[in-house]
Design a protein around this ligand. Sequence first.
Ligand SMILES: [Fe+2]
Ligand SMILES: [Fe+2]
Length: 214
Amino acid sequence: MVKPSPANRKPKQNSASKPASAAANALELLKTEHQAVAELFDEFESADSDEQQALAEQICQQLTLHAQIEEEILYPAAKNVLDGEDVELVNEAAVEHATVKDLIAKIEAMDAEDEPYKATVKVLSEYVKHHVDEEENELFPLLEGTDLDLESMGAELVGRKQELMTQLGSDEDLDEGDALDGEQDEDESAVAAATAQSAAKSASKSKPSSRKSP
Ligand SMILES: [Fe+2]
Ligand SMILES: [Fe+2]
């Protein structure tokens, strides 16, 4: 007896939603954030005073979140896998973050009309450029040579950032009413779902044994 052809039968797959594509690599994700802030600094340069304050606020907020997730997740993990002088790179990066935060605090305490406002944003921009340069050209290449699971770290960074943004957002939403709230919740759950999926994917991949010598 011949069974009916399965030609029309599709394999059971989640066709409803796109599969979460490759999990975000932590370092690629952080580089994307570096690029986004660099673009905001460029915009700041050519903006008028009204726009400048909003742009500077955005820059400060993004840098604050970025620094926090690096300090909570990337730097401790980096210290675990690096040794000797390489650990000093991480310590230097953390010290540089402290300076970035000082500059951010100064900018946030000022008004765009204040005389040193632009100069302070400019100094922040140059300082961040220097810091990013060290991360991307010294620290990140070192980490790529270790057995750090950069994909599950990517998921962790995204998840933590969402959490922090939700905290920030819920403060701001108090002023803005409920309309945006629902939209934001949807976005957040989509990102959270993708993040969880990515993390699960990464966890299920069996990794080849460590490339780093003890
Ligand atoms: Fe950093
Ligand atoms: Fe960074």
